[in-house]
Design a protein around this ligand. Structure first.
Ligand code: PHE
Length: 443
């Protein structure tokens, strides 16, 4: 008998853990900052509802009906079809994302230690830019932290679905929720913090006329929810028939979005209160924020807590990404789970080395002007991920018999069911093709 989640609630919490990650804190903050704040947030919310949620339901449905790995999910009912390559694509996307995600998660862990030992705060004189640069350009240090994060994820995944993945999420996710609420409450009450609140809650209507804002919002919705990487197919495959997929998906999408908004409320008021630049880009979390923390009362404790939050949120997402290829290896080679974890973790570690070294030893190796880490990030987020999402929408919307799709998604022939089905058939593929074309033209 294949292992299953211990309970519906445990499954939902673990799935929120997969969705909530660097995307909600590090990426959400800087993308929102660069794209004008509240207007971006509104468009993002629209995409979560119209594209992300239907896709998440489709992925969970595919996973549960096959009860196997992500490749088998595309084979069920269509053996010997080319659809299995869609599954492979998802598995490769998950592995590639994990390879560089682990590197950034390692940066977060490095900052936890820097904040705890005080090394981070002592460098405020020379500026956090120099601190960050010195670290990411070091000959081997980034690799050590990358390896530490991967090892932690590997340990959890080898303990299995219920005893490993579900259990750690039950502990970590409530703690993360508490931390982000406290940080947000502290931040919005800072003198001058209201401008930061307005920045993400009061739209600047001009931003709606910039096409790039829509594309970035769509990319962010994909990445932050975690759709298009076979993660929900895999998590759905351990799900029983008693759990309602649409309800679970709504809880996950709502949880993910709420978390991102709270993280924004923790970050922007503080940035505005202390005169930081909200549009500082990817460096926002690692350079601008430490600067903000040093100016706050109790900032060294708050900074430590913030980076702990970042590292822990990253860990629960890494676990979900790791489980995707692990379940494939377990299923296809009949190896034990811990063997499979060792093999996959090692492969992902090696695949991530170029990313880890891309600002140091391999700094000169740029492709299309991009450092290797950024290249892998953009290629996976902008191309592989929408491709997998597209395949999933088309498979469920066009290949499965309509009645089967509706029944397997626990929707049946209801109004909501039909809305979901039509979104998957038309709106989701059309929108994805649009961004795909745009990102290819941009390459
Ligand atoms: N959604 C996660 C985040 O926001 C990243 C992720 C992507 C996790 C894909 C799982 C699958 O950081």
């Amino acid at each position: 008998m294949r292992e299953q989640w211990g309970s519906s609630a445990g499954f939902v919490i673990a799935t929120i853990g997969a969705a909530v990650g660097l995307g909600n804190i590090w990426r959400f903050a800087y993308v929102t900052g660069e794209n004008g704040g509240a207007a971006f947030l509104l468009i993002y919310l629209g995409f979560v509802l119209v594209i992300g949620l239907p896709l998440m339901i489709a992925e969970l449905t595919l996973g549960r009906r096959a009860g196997s790995d992500a490749i088998a999910a595309f084979e069920k009912g269509h053996e010997s079809s080319v659809w299995r390559y869609a599954g492979w694509l998802g598995v490769i996307a998950a592995g590639l994302i994990l390879s560089y995600y682990a590197v950034i998660a390692g940066w977060a862990l490095r900052y936890v230690f820097g904040a705890a030992t005080g090394g981070l705060w002592r460098s405020s004189g020379t500026g956090f830019g120099a601190y960050f640069e010195a670290f990411i350009s070091h000959a081997f240090e980034p690799i050590l932290w990358q390896a530490a994060m991967l090892a932690a994820a590997g340990l959890v995944v080898s303990a299995g679905i219920k005893g490993g993945i579900e259990r750690i999420n039950r502990w970590l996710m409530p703690a993360l929720a508490m931390i982000v609420v406290l940080l947000a409450a502290f931040s919005v009450t800072l003198p001058g913090g209201t401008r930061g609140v307005a920045f993400i809650l009061a739209p600047d209507w001009n931003a709606f006329s910039r096409p790039a804002v829509y594309l970035n919002a769509l990319g962010q919705a994909f990445f932050s929810l975690g759709v298009g990487m076979a993660v929900f197919i895999t998590y759905g495959s351990y799900l029983d028939r008693r759990t309602s997929i649409p309800r679970a998906a709504v809880a996950v999408a709502a949880g993910d979005t709420l978390f991102a908004i709270l993280a924004g409320l923790a970050i922007f008021p503080a940035v505005f209160a202390f005169g930081g630049d909200p549009a500082a880009g990817p460096r926002l979390a690692f350079i601008t924020l430490p600067q903000v923390f040093t100016q706050m009362p109790g900032g060294s404790v708050i900074g430590l807590v913030f980076f702990l939050l970042l590292a822990a949120a990253a860990l629960t997402s890494m676990i979900s990404l790791l489980e995707v290829p692990v379940s494939v290896v377990v299923h296809r080679t009949r190896r034990s789970r811990s063997r499979a974890v060792t093999i996959v973790t090692l492969a992902v570690f090696l695949a991530g080395l170029p990313s880890a070294l891309s600002y140091g030893v391999l700094e000169r190796w740029k492709i299309g002007g991009l450092p290797l880490l950024d290249l892998v990030d953009q290629a996976t987020s902008n191309i592989l991920l929408p491709l997998c999402g597209l395949a999933c929408a088309v498979f469920v919307g066009w290949r499965l018999a309509t009645a089967t799709a509706l029944a397997d998604a626990d929707l049946g022939s209801t109004r909501v069911g039909w809305v979901w089905w039509w979104l998957l058939r038309v709106v989701v593929p059309a929108t994805i093709v649009l961004i795909l074309l745009r990102s290819l033209a941009w390459l």
